[in-house]
Design a protein around this ligand. Sequence first.
Ligand SMILES: [Zn+2]
Length: 97
Amino acid sequence: MNLYMDKKELKKRCKNPKFCIACFRVRRHVKVDEHHVCLDCRKGSTGMPRRLRAITLKNGKTYFVDDRLRELRNIHNPCDRIDFEDLRLHKIDLLNW
Ligand SMILES: [Zn+2]
């Protein structure tokens, strides 16, 4: 699986309205809403891998990417959560690209 595509690629993909920020894929055949979340991720598709990805933000903290709850969760502190929506709207500069 291509979990860690390079940063340029990721940035480029985010300009694509069909790119899902939750599963980090371009969903050509699945509806992607204005929040960059595809229908599969909205519904919590059974086809989604259960193992959570981890990403490190520019603040140096590492978070699990929880597609089902649509949030980032600090691997050391479960109370430290960032909603995908919040990330996209207010903390996009924290993404390490
Ligand atoms: Zn998705």
